[in-house]
Design a binder for this molecule. Structure first.
Ligand SMILES: Cc1cc2nc3c(=O)[nH]c(=O)nc-3n(C[C@H](O)[C@H](O)[C@H](O)COP(=O)(O)OP(=O)(O)OC[C@H]3O[C@@H](n4cnc5c(N)ncnc54)[C@H](O)[C@@H]3O)c2cc1C
Length: 486
């Protein structure tokens, strides 16, 4: 089987198929998670806001998958309290009722206990909040979307899948039935013919284009753009994530989330007709988010923004109207025979989507084995606490900072030992990759050795997330300043 697309959906499908014992190849034309899967809000969440849209199926599936991911990758699905200021009793009651339903749908798989919070507690959690009111607290999980995708790709590889980044599908082959693809190695220019009994199109917002290589079919996707802004350390003073009403009076919310030593805020949801390869953050997008953030932190300005990213949701849309109202469900279809397309959905639900897809492909190919992914850990097989204690204990004789030891667990899971070995052999690798940022040089080494990074951009953008901490990091690191060579 051949999978097209190395986002969370494609890597999830490759893992599901390989762990069923199938022979699988996956090709990604750029880098793993270079599309939407590296540009999300980084939340593993049930999607409380979809309750208001009565998308109960999406919420149920997401809550179930959130619990599965916490078990399979506890280092990549970390609980985070979300504070919601509620200025009046009515909004507090409405939210309380919403959370009641949300918790009920989780069937006991909640991340933490919801609670009413006083203005004092809100102030302690969010010291920079200008006018703290009472509110509510509930829990979600935060992830590193690109690293989660990478870990799924690596796990697929460990089950024998052949996964390649920088390998693009230029054409599909076969008469009447799709039987393979022409693939170009983007870095060398070499071309290959790949034969497959089934081809899976997991190309995200590009899925219609891949589909068009095989047949003339109607456009199914309506991409919607979402942007995030990253603020300099100290500009938005909060220890916890929070949800604020957008400043536009459109009934939408803006998330403010701590990340490393800074904070990001998102997101927008606007219809997108532009270049799929290069969505940008416009002044309008920036002002929309700034207006939301300023509701709580009035002194924040555009000068505090140090990085940003824009991503495109592969939404299924057959009608007009705001993209925010479109369903977050996914769709799977076979057309023409041999080409299976999977689009829509959410990062959180990728595993269930992949299982459903492979059940369908399996039926078509006569493969009877069921999915095993519910029990396959993603890079960390030991309990998280055990790994953290082990890493901190092993770091002590090396005179390594505890924070770095813990960081190696969150970044590399079971491979924290390999990371500490590197640091023992060359202690200079514990210094910052770029001055002033928390990424250490050992991460640059492991990006290439462990994580299939092929280019400087793979390292800076997806493996280390340097450029989402500070946009200028790419320029500095490409020039080789700060002693780093990415
Ligand atoms: C702003 C925003 C915030 C979001 N926040 C969340 C969130 O917090 N939680 C959540 O659960 N979900 C979230 N989502 C949704 C989630 O990010 C997406 O549903 C998911 O990442 C889609 O993954 P994908 O693999 O289908 O697509 P992609 O990640 O885009 O992967 C498709 C891949 O196919 C590759 N490709 C395209 N054409 C070819 C070709 N010809 N040959 C080879 N490869 C090809 C592309 O390069 C790309 O890497 C968010 C989405 C957005 C836009």
């Amino acid at each position: 089987m051949l999978v097209i697309g190395g986002g969370i959906t494609g890597t999830g499908v490759a893992l599901d198929a390989a762990s069923r014992g199938m022979t699988v190849g996956l090709v990604e034309r750029d880098d793993f998670a270079s599309g939407t899967s590296g540009r999300s809000s980084r939340m593993i969440h049930g999607g409380i806001r979809y309750l208001a849209q009565h998308q109960y199926g999406v919420v149920l599936e997401s809550l179930r998958e959130r619990a599965v991911l916490r078990r399979l990758a506890p280092h990549l699905a970390r609980p985070v309290p979300m504070y919601v200021p509620t200025p009046d009793a009515r909004s507090r009651l409405e939210l309380r009722l919403g959370l009641y339903v949300y918790d009920a749908l989780a069937f006991g798989r909640n991340v933490g206990r919801d609670a009413a919070v006083s203005a004092e507690e809100l102030h302690r959690a969010i010291p920079g909040f200008d006018h703290p009111t009472a509110g509510l607290k509930y829990f979600e999980c935060r992830t590193d979307d690109a690293r989660l995708t990478l870990e799924v790709a690596r796990t697929a590889r460990s089950f024998g899948a052949w996964v390649a980044n920088h390998a693009a599908v230029d054409a599909l082959t076969g008469e009447g039935r799709v039987t393979g693809a022409v693939v170009t190695d983007v870095l060398s220019g070499e071309r290959f013919d790949v034969r497959a009994r089934a081809v899976v199109n997991a190309a995200g917002v590009w899925a219609d284009r891949v589909q068009a290589m095989a047949s003339q079919s109607p456009r199914r996707l309506r991409p919607s753009k979402g942007v995030h802004l990253v603020f300099a350390p100290g500009a938005v003073r909060t220890h916890a994530a929070m949800t604020l009403r957008s400043g536009a009076g459109d009934g939408r919310y803006v998330f403010v989330v701590p990340w490393e030593d800074r904070v990001y805020a998102g997101t927008t949801d606007t219809n997108y007709e532009g270049d799929l390869d290069h969505p940008t953050v416009t002044a309008e997008d920036r002002d929309y988010l700034l207006a939301g953030v300023r509701q709580a932190f009035p002194l924040v300005t555009a000068d505090d923004v140090v990085a940003s990213w824009a991503g495109l949701r592969p939404l299924l849309g057959d009608r007009d109207g705001p993209t925010a109202d479109l369903s977050r469900r996914h769709a799977i279809y076979e057309s023409p025979p041999g080409l299976f397309t999977i689009t829509g959905g959410k990062l959180t639900a990728y595993r269930a989507m992949a299982e459903e897809m492979m059940d369908r492909v399996g039926r078509s190919l006569g493969v009877r084995r069921g999915s095993r992914t519910r029990h396959i850990s993603l890079g960390l097989s030991a309990p998280l606490d055990e790994a953290l204690h082990g890493a901190v204990a092993a770091a002590e004789p090396l005179h390594l900072d505890e924070a770095i030891a813990r960081r190696m667990v969150y970044r590399f899971g079971d491979d924290w030992r390999a990371a500490l070995d590197l640091l023992r052999d060359d202690p200079s690798l514990a210094s910052p990759a770029v001055a002033g940022l928390p990424v250490v040089k050992a991460e640059l080494v492991l990006a290439r050795a462990r994580e299939m990074a092929m280019t400087a951009e793979d390292v800076a953008v997806r493996r280390t997330r340097l450029t989402t901490l500070d946009e200028r990091a790419r320029l500095r690191s490409d020039r080789g300043a700060s002693g780093s060579s990415i």
